[in-house]
Every structure is written in structure tokens, then in C-alpha cells.
Design a protein around this ligand. Structure first.
Ligand SMILES: [Zn+2]
Ligand SMILES: [Zn+2]
Length: 348
């Protein structure tokens, strides 16, 4: 059984420490890959702090993994030793239910449901452990092939942040002539701006302040507004075909919905903790749509990675060591990261 170094937290205080975890030997259709880089997603922090329900500790988070295949099972045909591969938010599902067959494995309703990359229970009965580790064993069908065109140290955040934004942009048919607003310019938003711009849309960023305006324009936005400015709501009235809110803090949904054109959609991917309220008149007046979106399936994630490689979409990352994870959590919470922390697992 492969033993790998990892960083874990033993409780909700999120004091990460070095540890050793055991991975299973790859079965016939499984692959073991050495994790080189792992992104820190805000979801990791919510889970590690127990904010999304009970968490089992010790916890090794991480659902943005990029690595190199070092061992393959006898029936593996999708990848070879030496290939660059990635894993996102889940590592297995039933493959037979309606949602799995439709390529939406993140909504698996079969036995065992979607098996999340960490904090869940795998088919082997053991707790799953994520990317803050030097290696992982995964079913080949749940791997994403990583093109060389994307810098290896920057690719990991696409596996959650990238697909989270790409999927709704595709679902609403964004392209030339579409006016898109990305609400929030963090780990998710800064990738969303790039993808929407490369799809040909006219992109506006609505951020809390103008502090990241130069970055937003560099990522491909043509307009940048501060939500804190009272003039913004009026200036952007009835402006957008699609808005994607990446903000986890409470937003005024009525204000945002008022910025949609007739028939426009506001998609939330930010998952605020508290229940949200809105006036339904904000939807009815203008045939507007309020929707949600949760990551994407394996095929769409591969499509997203290939799109990003072809169009030069690259997350802006800060590389950190294992010892810096604990401090990085505080900086993510305080919006001090530009724009995603990526752990270099060779520092373990
Ligand atoms: Zn994530
Ligand atoms: Zn299923």
C-alpha cells in the first residue's frame, strides 16, 4: 500500500500539520498519481471548519489536484505512466444512474452517490483524503488529462474554480454579443472573467471595490464596477444577459436581478451561508431567471481544460509550502490571496 506525506487538520481550528496517509494499491482500472500541486479552494476552508455540517477529522482537504501518473492498473487504457493528470471535486460515482449517464456525475443518485475527493467514504470503505498529499489512487474514468500548454503549477485551480464558471457560461450559451457580469473577483471570479472573455462575451466585473480593477481588465473585462458605490445599481440597470455571482457573502439579490435584461439569468455559485431572500417581483418583472450551478461532470471538465489550454486561460496563483497552509487559510478568508493559493507538495 503506498504511503504518502500529507497535511491534515485534527479539528475545526485548521492548524495543519504533516502526517502520513495510506492509499490503496491501484485496482485493474485505477491509477496512482503523484500529486505535484493542490489548490486551496474556499470550500476546503468551509469543510475543514465544519461550517457545512459535521466533518470527520483528521481531514486532508484539497479538490484541485494536478500530478503525474506513476502506477497504472492492468486494465487502464486512458492514461500512461508519466502523463499529467488532475482530479477535481469527486473521485467516483455509480456510473449507472440517470445523472451519471448524462455526464453529471456530481449529482449521482446511485448507491454511494457522488464520492467527494475528501471528507467522504470511498468504495473501499475508507475515508477519502484530498490533494494536500503527495499521491492518490483514483479510478481512471474520474481523471482529467492536463494539456502541457497550461503551466503545471497553475493548472490545478481550473479543476474546481474553472469548471464552476465554465459550466454555467456554456449552459447559457455565452458567446460573441453576450453581455456577462462576473460578481466577485476572487479565485472563482478571476477565472470566470478570462473564460467569458475568451468565449467572446463582453465582460463586466462587479466587485466590492475597485481595488482589483487593473487585474480585471487584464483578465479580459471591459468594464469594472464597485458594488459599494451607490451609483452602480442605477448605472447597470437592465444591462446583462447573464450574471454569475461568486460571492459567498450575502448579496442583495433584488439589486443584482435588476441589472438583468429581459429574460436574463443570475446564476449563483457562491453559496452564501445564510438563507437568501428576494422579492419575486424582481424575477417576474423582466422574465428573469435565478439559478444555481454546481461544478460540472467529467466530460465537461475535460472540455473546459482543453478550452483553457487552447485559449490561454491561466489561473493566477501564489505557490506555497505545506507549512504555509494554516496561514493561507486566514488570508483566503480575508480576501488577501491573488488569486488562488497552490500548494507545492514537494515541500512536504
Ligand atoms: Zn472548490
Ligand atoms: Zn450515478
Amino acid at each position: 500500500m503506498p504511503e504518502v506525506l500529507a497535511f491534515a487538520t485534527d479539528d475545526a481550528s485548521c492548524q495543519f500539520h504533516r502526517t502520513t496517509i495510506t492509499r490503496r494499491e491501484p485496482g485493474p482500472t485505477e491509477v496512482f498519481f503523484e500529486v505535484a500541486y493542490a489548490g486551496i479552494c474556499h470550500s476546503d476552508i468551509h469543510t475543514a471548519k465544519g461550517e457545512w455540517g459535521p466533518t470527520t477529522y483528521p481531514l486532508v482537504p484539497g479538490h484541485e489536484l494536478a500530478g503525474i501518473v506513476t502506477e497504472v492498473g492492468s486494465a487502464v487504457n486512458k492514461v500512461q505512466i508519466g502523463d499529467r493528470v488532475g482530479v477535481g471535486c469527486f473521485v467516483d460515482s455509480c456510473r449507472a444512474c440517470e445523472n451519471c449517464r448524462a455526464g453529471q456525475e456530481q449529482f449521482c443518485t446511485g448507491p454511494g452517490r457522488t464520492i467527494w475527493t475528501y471528507g467522504a467514504r470511498g468504495r473501499d470503505g475508507l475515508p477519502t483524503a484530498g490533494g494536500y498529499s503527495q499521491g492518490i489512487t483514483v479510478e481512471q474514468d474520474y481523471l482529467i488529462r492536463l494539456p502541457d500548454a497550461i503551466p503545471f503549477e497553475a493548472v490545478a485551480p481550473l479543476l474546481c474554480a474553472g469548471i464552476t464558471l465554465y459550466s454555467p457560461l456554456k449552459r447559457w450559451g455565452v458567446g460573441p454579443g453576450t453581455k456577462v457580469a462576473i460578481v466577485g473577483m476572487g479565485g472563482l471570479g478571476h477565472v470566470g472573467v478570462q473564460i467569458a472573455a475568451k468565449l467572446g462575451a463582453e465582460v463586466t466585473v462587479i466587485s466590492q471595490s475597485l481595488a482589483k480593477e487593473a487585474d480585471g481588465l487584464r483578465f479580459g473585462a471591459t468594464h469594472y464596477y464597485a458594488m459599494s458605490d451607490p451609483a452602480t445599481r442605477k448605472a447597470l440597470r437592465s444591462s446583462f444577459d447573464l450574471m454569475i455571482s461568486t460571492v459567498a457573502a450575502d448579496s442583495n439579490l433584488d439589486d443584482l436581478l435588476g441589472m438583468l435584461r429581459v429574460g436574463g439569468a443570475l446564476v449563483d455559485v457562491g453559496l452564501p451561508e445564510a438563507p437568501s431572500t428576494l422579492r419575486l417581483g424582481s424575477l417576474i418583472g423582466g422574465n428573469r431567471v435565478l439559478a444555481g450551478s454546481q461544478i460540472g461532470g467529467i466530460a465537461e471538465t475535460q472540455e473546459m481544460i482543453n478550452f483553457c489550454a487552447e485559449h490561454g486561460v491561466v489561473p493566477q496563483v501564489e505557490i506555497i509550502s505545506g507549512d504555509e497552509i494554516t496561514g493561507a487559510y486566514d488570508k483566503v478568508i480575508n480576501s488577501q490571496v491573488r488569486y488562488r493559493y497552490v500548494i507545492d507538495t514537494s515541500t512536504f
